[in-house]
Design a protein around this ligand. Sequence first.
Ligand SMILES: [Zn+2]
Length: 268
Amino acid sequence: MHPTAEDRLAAECQTTVITCARQAHAWAPSIGALIKKTGRDGRFDLLTALDFPHLAGNKEVLTQAVEDAMLALSLHKGEQILVVGGANVEQIVAAVREQFHVSRKVFPNPISEDVPINSIDMGPVPMPDARCRTLAITCMDFRQHDNDLATKLAMQLGLDEAPHILAMAGGAKDVEGTMRRSRLTLAQINDYRERHDLRTIVITCHTDCGAFGGSQMFENTAHEDAQFDYRLRVARGVLRRRFSGVAIIPAIVRLADGRIGTIERRDP
Ligand SMILES: [Zn+2]
C-alpha cells in the first residue's frame, strides 16, 4: 500500500541513537523507555557499529556514523543524538561530538551547531553473544527499530536466532552503494566474521526508504519492489563473492502504519 499523509507525518523522529550492533537487540526494548524519560517520544533512528567499544578510535567508521546521524536528523527533523553504550560511553560521546563539529562543516544540509549529543550508560556490558551466527544489515529508519526488528526478522524469516543488527543509512545500499560506504561495510563484516562463526547475512531494504527518495518516487508497490530487488540482487552478489560459504538472505521490510508490517524473503 502506498503511504498516506499520516505516514509521511509519522516520518519525523526526534532522536538518533548510535550504539553497538551486538547489543542493539538486547538494549532496544529499554532505549525507547529511557528516551521517554528525557521528555521526548521514545522513537529512534538507529545507527550501529560492529566494533562499537572501539568506535572512538576507528576514524572512518566514526565519520560514517556521524554523517549518517546528520542525515537522520535532517531527513526526520531530529532533535538529538544519543550515544548508548557501556563503561566507556563518555569516551565515545567525546569522539562523536568532535566529529560532529568537523562533519557539520561539509554536510550538504544545514545542521544546527546546538544539536545536543547525549548519552545513556547501560552499565556493565553483558558479554556479546559470541555464538551469534547471524548478522542483519538494515537501514537506520526508526519505523523498523522501535519495535524490535531483530526478533521480527528471526520470526518472519525463520532464522535460528535473533541477528545482530548492523544499521546504517540505506540497508542494501550500504553494501553496493558508494565506494567508501561499501568498503567500510564489507570491512566491518569481515572483522565480525573473524570473531564470530558467521553463517548467515540477512540483507534488507524497507518500503518508503529515504535512501531511495521514499515511496513517492515510485508509481506503485511493484515498481518500488523492482528497485529493491535490483539492489538486493547486486548486494547479494557482492556478499557472495566476498564471504563464500555464508548464506545470504535478501528481504524487504514492509512498513504499515509507521511500524513493521511484514518482512518478506526475496529471491531477486
Ligand atoms: Zn531507510
